[in-house]
Design a protein around this ligand. Structure first.
Ligand SMILES: *Cc1c(COP(=O)(O)O)cnc(C)c1O
Ligand SMILES: [Zn+2]
Length: 420
């Protein structure tokens, strides 16, 4: 926290000094999300690319001076970052672009992007000596908080909709969280969790409420740019539910521009599911997102199913300020993108992760790319999180597989059918 100066309300711009805010701007209630501010001149004096290159710690904590935690606070034992950035030369040629990279955040410890934010939440809760941390989640933020808490023995209570995929609920139970399945949507679980946190005085990790979550999520931008030797890509594709990830990616890039470590701001492309497209609608129709009411959210991509995106101000800003855009993809396109991406790269994504790949294919079709462009696609979660959906794409794409008696003769029949 040495370099944090305070936080600014994303709605009214009011600045709160370091010790004068908790979560939100009191003038704007739950919409008054704060953006953490840093003293970059001081950071620049103490922290250089050279320091970073010599730091043996490869995890997100290597970016310490740009993170809102105290230098001497203990960090969770579970290691968060870096995740691989794969250079996909052949696919780039096929899409008609110069460079294509896949950032696989399904490789984080609890298998989704949310570990980046939850790592910060656990440290902040420790700094506040909180007895209990809580969050609502569609599943991944919960699993991330749950696993990171388990690694340090931090008590936590988790609210998820009953419809959350089984694997995500299993993670919560294995990690020893107190699990509350809310008979309602994610939006219902969110509202309940906020009330509970207030009444019981628990540390609140909720996305689009706790201002530190964007700060954890921005570490993905730091990694991408460091992996590309500080040459920022032209375009980054990221899926959008609450909008905290895209806001965090934007924040990380702004930090790097302030530090003088990158030269250009990539355009950010937000991918939404057709059935949960609040941000796309607001962006396309130029609507006022402070007053735009919730939409009905229904998509197979549970992690981006959000009727009222809680971090919508930062998300819209991320797209507008970078001359990016929002794209929607259908559930069918998402289901087809899962095996397409997995078969071409070896990276198995959950529906919300594969949505970005569906978005890239759509963007290529509509002529959104120029031939000298470099594009980064982020996979936000592992396909093992949601096997039900993966099996739906097996059906949808008529994938074949074979049952055989354990006999070589029987196998030969299949082999000749398969022209093996
Ligand atoms: C949470 C999540 C997202 C969307 O992030 P938001 O901050 O809600 O926009 C995308 N993909 C996966 C796998 C997620 O868990
Ligand atoms: Zn305000």
């Amino acid at each position: 926290m040495k370099y944090v100066t305070g936080a600014k309300c994303v709605i009214c711009g009011k600045f709160f000094k370091k010790d004068q805010f908790e979560y939100i701007c009191p003038d704007h209630g739950n919409e008054g999300i704060l953006d953490i501010k840093y003293d970059y001149d001081s950071i620049k004096k103490d922290f250089t690319k050279h320091c970073l290159a010599n730091n043996k710690d490869q995890s997100v904590w290597r970016y310490g001076p740009l993170l809102p935690v105290n230098e001497d606070s203990p960090v969770p034992r579970l290691s968060v970052g870096p995740t691989p950035l794969y250079h996909l030369e052949k696919l780039a040629t096929r899409l008609g672009i110069k460079d294509l990279y896949l950032k696989d955040d399904g490789r984080l410890p609890t298998a989704s992007f949310k570990d980046r934010a939850s790592a910060i939440a656990v440290v902040k809760a420790w700094e506040k000596r909180a007895k209990v941390i809580t969050t609502a989640s569609t599943g991944n933020a919960a699993a991330a908080l749950s696993g990171l808490c388990a690694s340090v023995g931090q008590e936590n209570v988790i609210f998820v909709p009953v419809s959350a995929p089984k694997a995500k609920i299993a993670q919560l139970l294995m990690f020893g969280s107190k699990v509350i399945l809310v008979n309602g949507t994610y939006d219902d679980a969110f509202d309940l969790c906020l009330k509970v946190a207030k009444e019981y005085g628990w540390y609140n990790r909720n996305t689009g409420y706790n201002p530190y979550m964007s700060e954890g999520k921005k570490t993905c931008s730091f990694e991408i740019c460091e992996q590309l030797k500080w040459k920022a890509p032209d375009t980054i594709f990221v899926s959008v539910g609450d909008g905290c990830i895209i806001g965090g990616i934007h924040k990380g890039l702004k930090d790097l521009l302030e530090m003088g470590w990158i030269d250009i701001m990539p355009r950010l492309v937000g991918i939404q599911a057709e059935g949960s497209s609040y941000m796309y609608q607001a962006w396309k129709n130029n609507e006022d997102i402070i007053t735009k009411p919730a939409v009905v959210a229904e998509t197979i991509a549970d992690s981006i199913s959000a009727g009222l995106p809680r971090d919508r101000v930062k998300a819209l800003d991320a797209v507008n300020k970078t001359k990016g855009e929002f794209i929607t993809v259908s559930d069918e396109e998402i289901l087809k993108a899962i095996p397409d991406l997995a078969g071409k790269t070896g990276v198995f994504a959950e529906p919300a992760g594969a949505a970005t790949w569906a978005g890239v294919l759509k963007a290529a079709e509509t002529g959104m790319f120029s031939c000298d462009e470099s594009v980064v696609v982020i996979n936000t979660g592992s396909g093992l999180k949601d096997i039900n959906s993966a099996m739906k794409s097996v059906e949808l794409t008529n994938m074949q597989y074979f049952k055989v008696e354990p006999s070589i003769d029987k196998f030969r029949i299949i082999a000749s059918y398969l022209k093996l």
